[in-house]
Design a protein around this ligand. Structure first.
Ligand code: PMP
Length: 438
């Protein structure tokens, strides 16, 4: 990036009023991020007038890219009628019906404002449904900013205890109450026997296992069949519920990721694409589970509020986005993802470079090792891997392609073969340059 760019100047200005200069940890990277000015389809323009191919898509939430005409049109239609009411609107029922029509597990739905809230409400519901306090999660997985689920949130190998025993429960935020850490049970993703042993031992206090079926921080690899079996057995033997965090993975099939992997979640946390690019979250599940939020018979077991929950703008945008993400559109985007992964992996093999691309459907992630990615620990084969990924991320940006800072990405429906070639070419070049030092 040019040293005296407008984005650099804007970042200096921002640092005075925003701690760290940007509002979200995830959108920052050194020396400073480019500022977005406008987007159209899969392209964004930054403050310095650069055109960038967007594979970050606001952290995988824009399945149709930017300013998707049906979403813009839907927003135009409703915005003049008011943006939020202390009354329900028909828009919320319509989006709930659209989601229910995609998966029978999403029989009933409550909307909120973020994926963090969705996971939080699902966890509270699981505790109320079972009368148990603890939550089990997989080491390394990210589920938003609710404190129980920030325990053992990976990105740093220093969080491993190294003893080879059960993964330790490591708090992420300083000041996390000891009770929160104690009530989080951490499971190893790739060791089903150990998962089973931990779940058997801790069963009387575990309300639910939280599973993201393609967790980015676990390497973006599907859960091993034996791990899924361990979760299922915990459910049948001990009544431990399954919460699927599908905040990102709902895009992987028309019905989300749970049917792809044979999962039968008791509750599903949703977010990202179901809001059409506006702030959103949702909890979905069978009516018998969702009744825990029913407030019509006195105080509900779990309170579910939110001043802006189910606001008509988000509901209308979400409906337009999901309507256009029909079966053929999902299938086409997933095939583009298959093409990208096979092309990049073939180039790495041919060049004999220790790198690989994981992912599924329209989601992908780069790794700087040829060893199989099994869990979050294998994402960081050595201390330098994280730095090297950050360097590749910057090289990609210079080449006009935006990835997330850990070199993952999501495709959007405006992309076609030409964009896939562009991403593959830039990524292979950037990786070879970093790995071979040329
Ligand atoms: N779960 C997963 C798997 C996520 O990736 C995210 C956000 N990236 C969240 C939950 C939290 O969603 P939000 O940022 O909307 O709070």
């Amino acid at each position: 990036q040019p040293p005296f760019s407008r984005s650099a100047a804007e970042f200096e200005r921002a640092k005075r009023v925003i701690p760290g200069g940007s509002m979200r940890q995830a959108t920052w990277f050194a020396p400073h991020p480019p500022y977005a000015v406008r987007g159209e389809g899969c392209w964004v323009e930054d403050l310095d007038g650069r055109r960038i191919l967007d594979c970050a898509n606001n952290f995988f939430s824009l399945v149709h890219g930017h300013a998707f005409p049906p979403v813009v049109e839907a927003l135009r239609k409703v915005v003049g009628d008011g943006t939020a009411f202390g009354m329900p609107t028909r828009h919320e029922t319509a989006l709930a019906e659209a989601i229910r029509s995609r998966s029978p597990r999403c029989e009933q739905i409550r909307f909120c404002n973020s994926g963090t809230e969705a996971v939080m409400f699902a966890v509270k519901a699981a505790r109320a449904l079972t009368g148990r306090p603890a939550i089990a999660k997989f080491e390394g997985a990210y589920h938003g900013s609710y404190d129980s689920l920030e325990v053992s949130l990976g990105s740093d190998p220093s969080n491993w205890d190294g003893s080879g025993g059960d993964p330790a429960a490591v708090p992420y935020d300083r000041g996390t109450p000891a009770g929160v850490v104690a009530d989080t049970v951490v499971l190893p993703y790739a060791d089903a026997d150990r998962c089973t042993a931990i779940l058997e031992r801790e069963a009387p206090r575990i309300a639910a296992v939280v599973l993201d079926p393609l967790a980015s921080k676990i390497g973006m690899v599907p859960p091993p069949a034996a791990t899924i079996e361990a979760i299922r057995n915990a459910g049948t033997r001990h009544g431990i519920l399954l919460i699927c965090d599908e905040v990102i993975t709902f895009r992987l099939s028309h019905a989300g990721a749970h049917p792809l992997f044979g999962l039968e979640p008791d509750l599903i946390a949703l977010g990202k694409i179901i809001g059409g690019g506006l702030p959103v979250g949702a909890v979905a599940g069978p009516a018998a589970r969702m009744a825990i939020f029913d407030h019509t018979r006195g105080q509900p077991p779990v309170a579910f509020g939110g001043t802006f929950s189910a606001n008509p703008l988000t509901m209308a945008a979400g409906l337009a986005a999901l309507d256009a993400f029909d079966l053929p559109a999902v299938d086409r985007l997933n095939r583009l993802g298959d093409t990208l992964r096979s092309r990049v992996n073939a180039a790495f093999t041919e060049a004999g470079v220790a790198a690989q691309m994981t992912g599924f459907g329209s989601l992908f992630r780069l790794h700087l090792t040829a060893a199989p990615i099994r869990d979050y620990r294998s994402c960081y084969p050595d201390a330098a891997a994280k730095k090297a990924l950050a360097a590749i991320h910057l090289t990609m940006l210079d080449a006009g392609v935006l990835l997330t800072p850990n070199c993952s990405g999501a495709l959007s429906t405006p992309m076609a073969a030409a964009e896939i070639s562009l991403i593959a070419h830039a990524l292979v070049e950037a990786t070879l340059a970093e790995r071979t030092g040329r």
